[in-house]
Design a binder for this molecule. Structure first.
Ligand SMILES: Cc1ncc(C[n+]2csc(CCOP(=O)(O)OP(=O)(O)O)c2C)c(N)n1
Ligand SMILES: [Mg+2]
Length: 889
């Protein structure tokens, strides 16, 4: 039975209990009362009473009116500053949309202004020489308010403000927080809803990791993350809150702006978002601070001796609260207070205007200050502040609390006038039309105050560090063993080669400790379990148990100083950890070298938007797509066999991707990646596929390094007799080995001379090809340049056949740079399935026989061999010409 349904059979007894509780609270405090209540509940439960768990508290502020820490600030000055910030934020959107249709948002920041203002004035500390700085994740749609403040401080010019959302010609401001576009300003891209909350949790966790490993000092730094209440519907927003609770991340503060609306309408019209979130977060072990009602309500609550006001507030749903705020005081009197005569009586001496002024907590700087101060002091848990606000606050009939408000970017002169009057800013009537920006004069108390506040907090925010001291990257010779041939009969996979590289790196005296191996419960899949013992698995509390395998050499060792981040079955979390590590050069001033290795299928396909955000954030690190290749991960079938992650990698402009075959290629790629990212500090990151197929690895051909990095090099020259037909065979990953076998068949059985090229990156070849093509187009009168692939193939004749373990489109990307020549791409289009590698390569038509047939067919089409030779080869290799296309079955 739900609580509400139990009738009060003895009101007098109820009152006695309540009085007793009152007295305990008064004389011994709330904590004692809580203790007694918990004892009672526990006792009732043990005696068989069914007491359903309730994670919510009353619909009122968590911090009582008398217990709020008071802000030391100058409230009048802060009010004026906030009014100017509000005005400028509105003005920049309205002005930008007078002459363009670039869009923008007014209503989100209008609801959040106080939440940011109190933070900037009193809480958020900038990085300085002796302090690492707080990290603030600004809600994407509130960016105009952050620009407006930076403008008042002289950090942004009027020209920049007027170029809001007009970035192409430079001197513009990006629509939302994008470090890629404003690298010295924004730190965290947040506008893809849900990623901000998730990444913030892992930033806080990574900060703790760095501290536990004594790479940074304990300084009480905090991660503050702002988000919308609608945004909380994203699974990513709530998906990691239990991790934050479990890890007791008291360096983390979420501020959820509960304006009760999202884009289309109410977030929870039929219930209460604040109560729902409260129970979610409390259940996950968070400290929850509700900031629901502003100070004007306090006197009403004090007079609400029977709890009727509270009852009325509890029974209203968010849809009603929204409607109230879209009307006026008279409406609220009639429809809210009017439900009970006693409540009407309670407000009888108040005018309609007074009723209208009853404010929400998120608009009351005192309440917000008290909540932030409590969050700063709270230890042992992360804190979430649930602040109730009004969407479009101050926009009046142009949007306040209206369903259409999210997308309002224009305001008529009369609405602008109301806005001006509401916030009492000095804009004369005749200037309302142009919506001028406001500035505080040099030397004015407001500007001085703003500057002083920021100086006291270490400097301006947002601000992003672009470079850190470079690392001393080991030379290629550090991986000498991998540059040599494995030797006759000694086989290994590129995954094993990668683990050797990683082992070498973590042992490096200079940079070893900066390496961060990250796995989502797949260490054993990749043969990395040896590192458990060697490096330790990070755990803030160390290891509180004797591991089952303690007797073994490579036991499961959890350690406070552990280096490995073993994230559990949690690719989104692991990727967020990787992002935190990969941006540590910026957020901590210490470059970390993260290697995140995962099933390649559960990479871009699963966490693609985080990978995109990582590009935006200028992440530097390595992603390793393990067990890659549609036919190479043989037994696992449709959901596991990846034949497209490289195409997804190609969509991210600063992600450099490789599909190497040999250990030496991998060593060259990783070493150069380290050089580029940690020595030269280029803002790129790497995606490298590694496979689990074992084979012999040859020694690196002398001088191949540069071409390996450019994307292709000549592995072997065709051997057939002079005058024989020629083909150029290209291959990558494990399929290169089928290409080599195909070349042998072509030479031995058909007298065709086949040059073999190891293509380490079709993606890089295409980028280079496009770049050269573009240059040639724009420089028509200059001698044309050649791309790397053109350079490689220009003196080597014959059709070009390329084969990979990825979709045909992967190799097909380079077709444009082989003009006038026959080009045939083999690949693994279609759903994977489980079987042996041999069977799968036959099924997907990428094995040596298909390489041979494709080469013969290309030669036949150029009349260099008869078509009958192709037909004979098809018969010889037992290929059924009527076999269905693998994409269809
Ligand atoms: C992943 C994703 N989906 C959709 C959007 C489009 N979108 C932007 S803001 C918004 C509504 C936001 O509502 P809320 O989180 O409550 O923020 P508010 O503006 O109310 O503060 C939507 C749907 C987006 N930015 N990201
Ligand atoms: Mg909202």
């Amino acid at each position: 039975m739900e609580m509400q349904e139990i009738p009060d059979v003895d009101p007098q007894e109820t009152q006695e209990w309540l009085d007793a509780l009152d007295s305990v609270i008064r004389h011994e405090g709330a904590e004692r009362a809580q203790y007694l209540l918990e004892q009672l509940v526990e006792k009732a439960r043990r005696n068989g009473a069914y007491l359903p768990f309730s994670a919510t508290t009353a619909y009122c502020n968590t911090i009582l009116a008398g217990q709020e820490e008071r802000s030391p600030g100058d409230h009048e000055i802060e009010d004026r500053i906030r009014a100017y910030v509000r005005w400028n934020a509105m003005a920049m959107v309205v002005r930008a949309n007078k002459h363009t249709n670039v869009g923008g948002h007014i209503a989100s920041f209008a609801s959040a202004a106080t939440l940011y203002d109190v933070g900037y004035n009193h809480f958020w500390r900038a990085p300085s020489d002796n302090f690492g700085g707080d990290m603030v994740f600004v809600q994407g749609h509130s960016a105009p308010g952050v620009y407006a403040r930076a403008f008042l401080l002289g950090r942004l010019s009027q020209e920049q403000m007027d170029n809001f959302r007009q970035e192409v010609d430079g001197k513009g401001l990006s629509s939302y927080p994008h470090p890629w576009l404003m690298p010295d300003f924004w730190q965290f891209p947040t506008v893809s809803m849900g990623l901000g909350p998730l990444m913030a949790i892992y930033q806080a966790r990574f900060m703790r990791y760095l501290r536990d490993r004594e790479i940074i000092q304990p300084q009480g730094r905090k991660v503050w993350a702002f988000m919308g209440d609608g945004e909380m519907d994203e699974p990513e927003s709530l998906g990691a809150i239990s991790l934050a609770g479990r890890e007791k991340l008291d360096n983390l503060v979420f501020v959820i702006n509960c304006n009760l609306q999202r884009l289309d309408g109410p977030v929870r019209g039929n219930s209460k978002i604040i109560q729902e979130l409260e129970s979610n977060f409390r259940g996950a072990g968070w400290n929850v601070i509700k900031v629901i009602w502003g100070g004007y309500w306090d006197t009403l609550f004090a007079r609400d001796t029977k709890g009727l006001l509270m009852k009325r507030l509890e029974e209203c749903v968010d849809g009603e609260f929204q409607t109230f705020k879209s009307k006026d005081g008279a409406y609220v009197r009639k429809h809210f207070f009017g439900k009970y005569p006693e409540l009407l009586e309670l407000v009888s001496t108040m005018s309609d205007d007074d009723i209208w002024r009853l404010n929400r907590g998120g608009h009351d700087p005192h309440k917000v200050y008290a909540a932030y101060a409590a969050a700063m002091k709270h230890s042992g848990q992360p804190t979430v502040i649930l602040a109730k606000t009004i969407k479009g606050y101050g926009m009046g009939e142009a949007g306040e609390s209206q369903n259409i408000t999210h997308q309002q970017k224009k305001m008529g002169t009369s609405s602008i006038k109301t806005f001006r009057d509401r916030f009492n800013v000095p804009v004369p009537d005749e200037q309302l039309e142009e919506v001028p920006y406001l500035k505080f004069e040099e030397g004015s108390p407001e500007l001085t105050y703003m500057r002083e506040r920021r100086a006291a907090l270490g400097g301006y925010l947002p601000a992003r560090r672009q470079k850190a001291a470079p690392l001393e990257v080991p030379p290629l010779s550090a991986f000498d063993a991998l540059l040599k041939a494995t030797g006759e009969g000694r086989e290994m996979s590129t995954t094993m080669a990668f683990v050797r590289i990683l082992t070498t790196l973590v042992r490096d005296k200079k940079i070893g400790k900066f390496v961060v191996p990250i796995v989502p419960d797949e260490s054993r899949t990749f043969g990395m379990e040896g590192m458990f013992r060697q490096l330790g698995i990070y755990s803030h509390v160390g290891q509180l148990y004797t591991p089952q395998d303690a007797e073994q050499l490579m036991f499961y060792k959890e350690d406070k100083k552990g280096q490995i981040l073993e994230e559990g079955i949690n690719e989104a979390g692991a990727m967020s950890s990787w992002i935190a590590a990969a941006t540590s050069y910026s957020t901590h001033g210490i470059p970390m070298i993260p290697f995140y290795i995962y099933y390649s299928m559960f990479g871009f396909q699963r966490i693609g938007d985080l990978a995109w955000a990582a590009g935006d954030m200028r992440a530097r690190g390595f992603l390793l797509g393990g067990t890659a290749g549609r036919t190479t991960l043989n037994g696992e079938g449709l959901q596991h066999e990846d034949g497209h992650s490289h195409l997804q990698a190609a969509t991210i402009p600063n992600c450099i991707s490789y599909d190497p075959t040999y250990a030496y290629e991998l060593a060259v790629i990783v070493q150069d990646g380290m050089r580029r990212m940690y020595q030269e500090q280029e803002d790129v990151y790497y995606y490298i596929t590694v496979m689990n197929e074992n084979y012999e690895h040859p020694a690196m051909p002398a001088g191949a390094e540069a071409s390996i990095l450019k994307g292709m090099y000549l592995l072997r020259e065709g051997k057939a007799k002079k005058g024989a037909p020629k083909v150029q065979l290209l291959g990558s990953g494990t399929i290169l080995r089928e290409v080599i076998a195909g070349a042998e068949l072509l030479e031995k059985e058909y007298g065709v001379s086949a040059d073999i090229w190891s293509v380490t990156s079709f993606n890089e070849l295409r980028r280079n090809g496009l770049d050269v093509q573009r240059w040639n187009m724009l420089h028509p009168e200059q001698p044309p340049r050649l791309s790397h692939i053109e350079e490689c193939l220009k003196d080597r004749g014959g059709p070009v056949i390329a084969a990979t373990d990825y979709m045909k489109l992967f190799a097909d990307q380079v077709r444009a740079f082989i003009p006038g020549r026959k080009f045939f791409a083999l690949g693994t289009d279609g759903f994977g399935r489980s079987d042996t590698r041999e069977k799968l390569r036959g099924f997907f038509e990428v094995n040596r026989h298909y390489v041979t047939v494709a080469a013969l067919k290309s030669l036949a089409d150029e009349e260099l061999v008869p078509q009958s030779t192709v037909a004979a080869a098809i018969v010889k290799y037992g290929i059924d010409p009527e076999k269905p296309n693998p994409t269809t079955v």
